[in-house]
Design a protein around this ligand. Structure first.
Ligand SMILES: Cc1cc2nc3c(=O)[nH]c(=O)nc-3n(C[C@H](O)[C@H](O)[C@H](O)COP(=O)(O)OP(=O)(O)OC[C@H]3O[C@@H](n4cnc5c(N)ncnc54)[C@H](O)[C@@H]3O)c2cc1C
Length: 384
């Protein structure tokens, strides 16, 4: 009898932990190595889109998702002064809104025994039987398969010969959380709410069963900003950018105790993700601008597809299975990267370039029609 496949994942973010959940559920022996000493996440909300929620709800997390998340009541688009923007025939996304740390805790509740914190990977080398990970703490791990789920500054990506080429979008994302008890009317904000105009957009949605409102404000900038969840921003500067906008936007900004800034960078798709027994998933494979709210969604799809393709695989079949994974996922994730870029252009160009608005809205809505219904497990099964 052959022993179980041994899979090592670098990175215990949303992508790495979702992959650990999916692989573990299919009987694959998986260990996740995370550089942080303990779980860490920014105080920020995230929307789990329907294409990813569908997969998580097939696991042991089904009840947790229903109980902990705030189920979205759809998407409302408005102009900067509050006039509604109609979307004839638009599908209502069944997304789930949650604090990032709540999502991470939920994933850790079913994967924790597989996670080794305090392990910063510093090298990945192919061996005769698989690959070896070396860690900054002096330890190493040999595995049949290595999955790089180590985010935008991935070391695994570099180890397989890829170099990311980021280009600034000239946009800062200000983000923050407001306690809804400060603004009693905010309990009416049930779904995803977007205001657009003057090169800016403003998004808010409730999380933590409506106790908090997550806001993200996209503002043009001539400066290069760091890509980090932890760079402090100035609430007064943010308020100045939205002066004269619809009252809920101004009131939400005024209610912020603090705000943080993330510089938005775009990157072209990589030509490949897999090399021998090593592959990538999540932001390490397909970093994308956040305007379609699909980065984590695509990371979750990756892990579930990979689990189907590795279940029952013999050791000698691994490179071939990882190539199949790349073929399936690279094309879809690249299309989603494009759609995310176009969504940002649609939101920000609302008033300054009315000429192409109908076309941009059509492209944006038609992307929702192929992104949301997709089932990554069914697609992967179709390859076997
Ligand atoms: C403002 C903003 C809003 C967003 N909103 C949404 C949304 O609503 N919906 C959505 O689907 N997506 C959204 N995204 C995108 C989403 O946040 C990312 O796509 C997602 O977090 C990627 O997950 P990941 O696991 O691939 O990477 P990460 O979350 O970056 O996790 C990588 C992990 O690897 C660890 N690591 C890194 N290097 C090493 C190493 N050398 N050794 C060991 N461990 C290492 C890190 O510590 C980290 O824990 C948003 C992004 C931004 C910027």
């Amino acid at each position: 009898m052959t022993s179980k496949l041994g899979v090592a994942i670098v990175g215990a973010g949303i992508g790495g932990l979702s992959a650990a959940l999916a692989l573990g559920a299919r009987g694959i022996d998986v260990t996740v190595f995370e550089e942080a000493e303990a779980p860490r996440e920014a105080g920020a909300g995230i929307s789990i889109p329907p294409n990813a929620a569908r997969l998580l709800k097939r696991t042991r997390l089904r009840d947790a998702i229903e109980n902990i998340t705030t189920r979205s009541q759809g998407l409302t688009l408005r102009r900067s002064q509050g006039e509604p923007v109609s979307r004839p025939g638009a599908p209502t996304p069944q997304s789930y809104q949650i604090l990032r740390i709540e999502l991470l805790d939920m994933l850790l509740s079913v994967t924790e025994r597989k996670v080794r914190f305090g392990h910063r990977c510093i090298a990945v080398d192919e061996t005769f039987t698989g690959a070896r990970l070396t860690f900054a703490n002096g330890t190493f791990c040999d595995a049949d398969v290595v999955i790089g789920a180590d985010g935008i500054h991935s070391i695994v990506q570099q180890a397989i010969g890829l170099t990311a080429r980021p280009t600034s979008e000239g946009i800062i994302a200000y983000r923050g959380l407001v306690r809804s008890e400060k603004l009693p009317w905010s309990t009416e904000l049930r779904g995803l709410n977007v205001w657009m105009g003057d090169g800016c957009s403003f998004i808010c949605f409730p999380v933590s069963q409506g106790k908090l409102i997550n806001i993200v404000a996209f503002v043009p900038t001539p400066r290069d900003m760091e890509e980090t969840w932890f760079a402090p921003g100035d609430v007064g500067t943010l308020a100045g950018k939205y002066k004269g906008w619809d009252a809920p936007v101004c009131n939400l900004i005024a209610a912020l105790d603090q705000t943080f800034c993330w510089g938005i960078y775009d990157r072209p798709p990589f030509p490949y993700w897999s090399k021998g027994p090593v592959t990538l998933l999540g932001d390490a494979a397909h970093p994308m601008v956040p305007h379609f709210g699909q980065g984590a969604g695509q990371a979750i799809e990756d892990g579930f597809a990979l689990a189907i393709l590795l279940e029952h695989a013999g050791r000698d079949e691994i490179p071939e299975r990882l190539q199949a994974y790349q073929k399936l996922r690279l094309e879809r994730a690249s299309r989603v990267q494009d759609a995310s870029r176009l969504a940002g252009q649609f939101y920000r160009s609302w008033s300054d370039d009315p000429s192409g608005q109908a076309d941009r809205m059509r492209d944006w809505m038609s992307a929702a029609e192929w992104i949301f219904p997709y089932d990554a497990e069914t697609a992967a099964l179709g390859l076997l």
